[in-house]
Design a protein around this ligand. Structure first.
Ligand code: CO8
Length: 257
């Protein structure tokens, strides 16, 4: 498939999707959002890919939804456009998606990073939800994910008063997994993804599914979901292989079955 606004590449077992509208700070117009999720979906189904990295450029991961595209839209048009609905596709990916963020991750750009499974940030990364400054609020999960991740007070400040987080603050408050020098942010994210890609695929999927359950349900239901996934893994060849390899003091050879 040929894309106009994203670049795709497979490095080792890692599928990399790069947002590529640098002239507009990777503002998320309909074409970019559609291509971005199509590309991730293709990697999710590709058996040569074990994990994915989503990135932008050094200046901008993404500066939010394309303001020029939606400026004159009515409520009716926004409801009927599928722009925000496209974001829901992020939750269906079975493989881990790591956001490699440098520069601005604002509005919808911050929301995409938040909906990835992990975030590797460069020292220059800056996260924010500036929608309030243009008369709206986050619409693709920002209020919910920031409140869960950072707690009510900081989320309120970010969403209501355009408080941005530096990379160091993002690390301190648990939004970013790690902060690395600017010239290494993509390589570090790819190295982390490569490590994840080398693990038992079904166990990775179950692990991701179980952690995500913590944000969806009560503790009792979450514990049940975890236990079901744990028991289910005993029906896989990889569970037998992993445990036998430990006992036989050798590296496991995962089959993804
Ligand atoms: N939409 C459209 N164009 C943009 C956007 C944007 N979000 N951000 C930057 N651009 C364009 C600029 O208009 C400019 O274009 P031009 O050269 O034609 O004038 C070009 O990118 C370069 O930008 P700047 O000259 O402004 O660059 P600076 O380095 O001075 O500033 C900033 C960079 C700080 C990132 C600044 O551009 C900015 O503040 N951008 C807007 C950030 C923002 O308000 N984002 C929130 C948007 S609303 C949103 O995301 C709602 C999400 C809802 C769910 C998603 C639905 C799809």
């Amino acid at each position: 498939m040929t894309y106009t606004s994203v670049l795709t590449e497979i490095r080792g077992r890692v599928g990399i999707v790069t947002l590529n509208r640098p002239q507009a700070m990777n503002a998320l117009n309909t074409t970019l959002i559609t291509e971005l999720f199509d590309a991730l979906e293709a990697f999710d189904k590709n058996e040569n890919v074990g994990a994915m990295v989503l990135t932008g450029n050094e200046k901008a991961f993404a500066a939010g939804a394309d303001i020029k595209e939606m400026a004159e839209s009515s409520t009716f048009e926004m409801v009927n456009s599928n722009r925000i609905d496209l974001f829901d596709r992020m939750r269906r990916f079975k493989k881990v998606v790591i956001a490699a963020v440098s520069g601005w991750a604002l509005g919808g750009g911050c929301e995409i990073a938040l909906s990835c499974d992990m975030i590797v940030a460069s020292e220059t990364a800056r996260f924010g939800q500036p929608e309030i400054t243009i008369g709206v609020i986050p619409g693709a999960g920002g209020t919910q994910r920031l409140a869960r991740l950072l707690g009510k007070n900081l989320a309120m400040e970010m969403v209501i008063n355009n408080r941005t987080l530096s990379a160091a603050e993002a690390l301190q408050f648990g939004l970013a997994n790690r902060v690395v020098p600017l010239d290494r942010f993509l390589d570090e994210a790819v190295a982390l993804a490569e490590e994840i890609a080398s693990r038992a695929p079904l166990a990775v999927f179950m692990a991701k599914d179980s952690v995500n359950a913590a944000f969806e349900t009560t503790l009792t239901e979450g514990l049940k979901a975890e236990r079901r996934n744990f028991y289910l893994l005993f029906s896989t060849e990889d569970q037998k292989e992993g445990m036998r390899a430990f006992i036989e003091k050798r590296k496991p050879n995962w089959k993804g079955k």
